[in-house]
Structure formats: C-alpha cells, structure tokens
Write a protein that binds this ligand. Structure first.
Ligand SMILES: Nc1nc2c(ncn2[C@@H]2O[C@H](COP(=O)(O)OP(=O)(O)OP(=O)(O)O)[C@@H](O)[C@H]2O)c(=O)[nH]1
Length: 235
C-alpha cells in the first residue's frame, strides 16, 4: 500500500494542468504562436529574452480544460532547457519553413527531449509508440522563401517519432494555432483528471497534416495585454 505522503503527491500531480512547452530556434514564431493561441491575435514583435508561462482555461465540448503553456526564450542554456523539458507533459517544436537551420535545430531539441523527458524515454522502448510532440513548420505565408518542403517536414516528424506534424502561418491563421494545442491535450490528457498509464500512452500514432477544425477553435475571452515574466491566467 502506498504511504499517505505518496498518495498526497500523486493526487497533486494527477490534478495539475496539462503542461505544454514550446521550443525552437530564435525568430521562428514561438511567441507569436503562443499569443495567437491565447488571444486569437497576431502580434508582430516580442522581447526575445523573456520566458513566460501562461495558464489557459477553456470549455471544449462540455469539458473544462486547463493548460499551462510555456513559451521559452530561444537562447536557453542546456540546464534551463532540461528543466523546461522535464516540466512539460507535451512539446511543440517550431521551425520556420524559410530557415533550414531552424529545421535542423528541431532534431537537436528532440535528442534533448529523449534524454530528459521520462515519457519520451518510456515511449522509446516501443518502436511503434509516439511522443507527445507536434512538429510545426511556421511562416507558410512566405512561400517564395520556402526552404523546407511539406514532405520533408512530414518525413522528419515521422523520423523523430512525433505524434503530429503541421504547417501554419501564425500570421494568417488563428484556427490552426488553436488546433495544435487542443489536439495535443485531447490526445495525451489524463482521462478524468488522472494521468494516463504508460500502457495507454503506448499507442501507434503516425504524424499527419492538420486539417483545421472549427469546432474547438474559439479563443479565450480576455485578451493578453502585454508580456511580462509572470504566470498569466487566461480564461
Ligand atoms: N511572415 C511571418 N512572420 C511571422 C510569423 N510568425 C511570426 N513571425 C515573425 O517572426 C518574428 C519572430 O517571431 P517571435 O514570435 O518573436 O519568434 P520567437 O521564436 O518567439 O523568437 P525568440 O523569442 O527570439 O526565441 C517576428 O517578427 C514575427 O512577427 C508568420 O507566420 N509569418
């Protein structure tokens, strides 16, 4: 039988919000994606050095969901990255379709996720399982400058054993940003507030291209006023 302390800790853990961290090279649009999801708005420029964690609550098909979303600063030292990877339940890896360096950076980040995320390590024991990672190619509005094809992106997502892949223009699309986060939650959430068993997580899930789904795409009602190093609550 488990001790009372263990029961208290596991209860606390099971009931905490689902945590998503956004990782990627500088300038790929991590902050733009985060703010697009939280507020439905596109805001052009952000302070590159800030890291923010936002709490987001929303009713999705009759269920109240709470997410914690951490928008990281790109120039993070490895120990900060490690802490962020350990903190999260799921990962959004962003690159710009106009920048091959940012695409390659996703492979490095995946290696770090494999090393530091318990869930990734467990999943890697089963070749058919996937990790809660969405690979996102941003800036599709800049198609003339495209360096990474959609096929390459999809292939990389498969290689990296990601759960999903999509391309997006955060500047032009609000609904796709919603879908990225809500789908991650739906796919990897803890049913009835409880953490999924490892067995439940070990499902085969090849990455696929997103088709925007309007059902869950309404944004929060309170606009984000400004960025600051803090914990934001948006509901
Ligand atoms: N054309 C285009 N520009 C975008 C898009 N998304 C973001 N940007 C621009 O790309 C630049 C970088 O965006 P950020 O959101 O600050 O990128 P970031 O990844 O958070 O960058 P760091 O904070 O430096 O890590 C800004 O000038 C944005 O306006 C997009 O979909 N299309």
């Amino acid at each position: 039988m488990s001790s009372p302390i263990f029961r208290r800790l596991s209860h606390k853990y099971a009931n905490r919000p689902f945590r998503i961290v956004i990782l990627g090279q500088n300038g790929v649009g991590k902050s733009a994606l985060t703010v697009r999801f939280l507020t439905q708005r596109f805001i052009g420029d952000y302070d590159p050095d800030l890291e923010n964690t936002y709490t987001y609550t929303k009713n999705v098909q009759g269920e109240n969901i709470t997410l914690e979303i951490r928008d990281t600063a790109a120039q993070e030292e490895n120990n900060k990255l490690e802490a962020n990877i350990k903190w999260a339940d799921a990962y959004v890896l962003v690159y710009s379709i106009t920048d091959r360096c940012s695409f390659n950076e996703c492979s490095r980040l995946k290696v770090l996720i494999n090393s530091f995320s318990k869930r990734a390590r467990n999943n890697s024991q089963s070749s058919s399982s996937c990790v809660p990672i969405v690979l996102v190619g941003n800036k599709t509005d800049r198609s003339r400058d495209r360096m990474i094809t959609s096929a390459e992106g999809r292939e990389k997502a498969q290689e990296m054993n990601c759960s999903d892949f999509c391309e997006i223009s955060v500047m032009e699309e609000a609904d796709s940003a919603q879908k990225i986060f809500i789908d991650l939650y739906k796919r990897f959430r803890r049913p009835n507030g409880h953490r999924r068993s490892e067995l439940q997580q070990r499902v085969s899930c090849p990455p696929s291209l997103h088709v925007p789904d309007m059902k869950d795409s309404e944004g929060p009602t309170t606009p984000l006023q400004r960025r600051r190093k803090a914990l934001y609550t948006i509901s």
